[in-house]
Design a protein around this ligand. Structure first.
Ligand SMILES: [Zn+2]
Ligand SMILES: [Zn+2]
Length: 125
């Protein structure tokens, strides 16, 4: 009896996992669509412009790196081409690992961190 119930539970769990994965994919499609409606199809780093033919190379970056933070006004999103998006994450990974030149590495990863908050002061230099 017990084994039969375990089997059923496992099946249920598989189903739950599949559903939550599907929900996640749907949600990601949802915010990408919204971001593409809100913002011009231009990479925020290299300024490359995109059209319907290559828009799949334009991705949504979360400014605070929290993919669950999706305000409807798009304030946490930034459109980046796949290359710049890769670079962006690489840069932050290196900073987190302490190998970067950035002072960000000194901060605990749990702190609420705005990667672009000091951009203005950097530009002033
Ligand atoms: Zn780019
Ligand atoms: Zn990102």
């Amino acid at each position: 009896m017990a084994s039969k119930r375990t089997q059923t539970d496992a099946g249920k769990l598989d189903q739950l996992v599949a559903e939550s994965r599907q929900n996640r994919e749907l949600r990601e499609q949802g915010y990408r669509e919204q971001a593409l409606k809100l913002y011009p199809w231009i990479c925020g780093r290299c300024r490359r412009e995109f059209t319907r033919d290559n828009v799949e190379q334009l991705t949504v970056h979360h400014r605070d790196h929290n993919h669950d933070n999706n305000p409807a006004d798009g304030s946490n999103w930034e459109l980046l081409c796949v290359y710049c998006h890769d670079n962006e994450h690489q840069r932050l990974l290196e900073a987190d690992a302490g190998g970067g030149i950035s002072a960000e590495a000194a901060q605990p990863p749990s702190s609420v961190h705005k990667p672009f908050a000091d951009l203005k002061s950097l530009l002033k230099k």
